[in-house]
Design a protein around this ligand. Structure first.
Ligand code: 5GP
Ligand code: ZN
Length: 125
């Protein structure tokens, strides 16, 4: 989709540190990592969020989920967190579906920065 940053990354028009790619997905490092490993797994096709993707293209959604384990594993971690901010008030800022794969030796609670922001607003941090 024109004007979508993740479509531009998938097309190779904007550079990104790509760590894997499959028939349905491209995975690349987040530009502002919130953990030692912070990789975004995105479908090649444009869908505004993971819920829309799951309805429109279940095979791509399944591939995306499988890639989360693959990416964490190739980065050296069996355990990982997978976050899908879905909708603006939930912290989604890029409206092309993506999963945040977060992993590290001591992954803190709320390592994804939007969860941290929500916690701060609630006064829980
Ligand atoms: P959201 O807030 O929508 O859940 O996540 C969007 C993520 O995309 C953020 O963590 C942000 O750091 C990342 N991001 C935004 N623009 C770019 C970019 O141009 N390149 C990369 N690699 N990550 C980006
Ligand atoms: Zn897009």
């Amino acid at each position: 989709m024109s004007g979508c940053i993740f479509c531009s990354i998938v097309a190779g028009d904007i550079p990104a540190d790509v760590v894997s790619s499959t028939e349905h997905t491209v995975s690349f490092r987040d530009i502002a990592p919130a953990a030692q490993v912070h990789v975004l797994v995105v479908p090649r096709d444009h869908h505004r969020d993971i819920a829309s993707l799951a309805v429109a293209d279940p095979a791509a959604a399944a591939d995306l989920l499988a890639q989360a384990r693959q990416v964490a594993g190739q980065e050296g971690f069996d355990d990982f967190r997978l976050v899908f901010n879905t909708g603006e008030s939930a912290g989604q800022t890029v409206f092309h579906a993506h999963g945040h794969v977060l992993a590290g030796p001591e992954l803190p609670a709320g390592a994804e920065r939007h969860i941290d922001a929500a916690s701060a607003q609630n006064g829980t941090t």
